[in-house]
Design a protein around this ligand. Structure first.
Ligand code: NAD
Length: 328
């Protein structure tokens, strides 16, 4: 048995932004049509280390793509010089179960999440929004901005981060992407007042009050992806049209998980999954004044769909390293 090993450098080279966007949109469309298998992710919780490890399986028959991602979230890692999120993807052949590839998944996780946020913004955000606010200015915020710029003509951003250096670094990154107006905000309510708001903190409570969010805005809530995590005030959920990437995962570990546990939000108030909107089964934004909110937990169909596209490219280009796993 032989498997192809693909390192982060190869994934970075092969996964150009257009390919990532199309893989993510296709995965959501198939999900909306009910044509995927995706059990909820399962968690190991390392409370003594303030982190967790998840397994995320998915099968997309029409893409002939199956496998599992293993990914962590350890928000204190950057203090030790490690990323918060690190991942590996194992791809298997659906026909016989044979492992095909082991693919470095950290960049893949970051970019598919950025593309999912951009897709949500494309379908839900005010059409001509030129400004965006960021709460949290780390790894994921950069991907969110990079992909958001593909779907909206963003000219200025402001960012709040509890670590001012992170906010300054994010502004520098935004300038490199061609954003002329990039400023550090003094408090979270400032970016929360923009037409597009992106939250990417590992927060355990609301970053600001509901009054900070303006009518007609769109919020990409990305950071809450495990039980107990929360970034937004529950009152904004009650005002907003809430779209999730997975109903089950959102209720268990997304932005709505804490409000549901406290009886402040009901899962039957979810408007749609993003897949249902992509597939044309549910409408996206229907009024200029409504607040729309995408609750992203991170779904395995994105990882496996994108990993398969990268694998096919790598095989075609003879990229990566083939390793034999049989007994010697
Ligand atoms: N939904 C998804 O699919 C998905 C994918 C990747 C990461 N995540 C989650 O997103 C979060 C961020 O991931 P990352 O890789 O960007 O981590 P990161 O450590 O690179 O960045 C997080 C940033 O948030 C800042 N921050 C922390 N608390 C804050 C607060 N209360 N207010 C403002 N800023 C604050 C930190 O200083 C840091 O700069 C994590 O919770 C991670 O699990 C979700």
């Amino acid at each position: 048995m032989q498997v192809l090993i693909l390192a982060e450098s190869e994934v970075g080279r092969l996964a150009e932004e257009g390919l990532v966007m199309s893989a993510v949109e296709e995965a959501f469309r198939l999900d909306g049509l009910g044509q995927v298998q995706m059990p909820e992710k399962s968690y190991l919780t390392f409370s003594e280390y303030h982190g967790d490890l998840r397994t995320m399986p998915a099968y997309l028959p029409s893409l002939n793509a199956a496998g599992v991602k293993v990914v962590n979230s350890h928000p204190e890692n950057p203090k030790a010089g490690l990323p918060t999120v690190m991942a590996l993807v194992i791809l298997n052949d659906p026909q016989n179960g044979q492992p095909l590839a082991i693919i470095a998944g950290s960049a893949l996780t970051a970019i598919r999440t950025g593309a999912a946020g951009a897709l949500a913004a494309k379908l839900l955000a005010p059409p001509n929004a030129e400004r965006a606010g960021f709460i949290g200015g780390g790894t994921q915020a950069r991907q969110q901005l990079k992909f958001l710029m593909r779907v909206r003509p963003i000219r200025s951003i402001q960012v709040y981060d509890i670590d001012r250096k992170k906010a300054e670094g994010f502004c520098e990154y935004a300038r490199q992407l061609g954003i002329s107006g990039a400023t550090v905000a003094a408090a979270a309510q400032e970016p929360a007042g923009e037409p597009i708001v992106v939250t990417t903190t590992p927060g355990q409570g609301p970053v600001c009050g509901a009054e900070a969010f303006r009518p007609g805005s769109h919020v990409n809530a990305i950071g809450a992806d495990a039980p107990g995590k929360q970034e937004l005030p529950p009152a904004i959920l009650s005002r907003a049209k809430v779209v999730v990437d997975s109903r089950e995962q959102a209720a268990h570990s997304g932005e709505i998980n804490v409000p549901i546990a406290k009886g402040l939000y009901r899962p039957d108030r979810i408007h749609a999954t993003l897949g249902e909107i992509v597939a044309g089964k549910k409408p996206g934004r229907t009024a200029d004044s409504e607040v729309t909110l995408f609750d992203s937990t991170g779904v395995a169909i994105l990882d496996i769909a994108l990993a398969k596209k990268i694998y096919d490219l790598a095989v075609g280009q003879k990229a990566g390293k083939i390793v034999g796993l049989d007994q010697s």
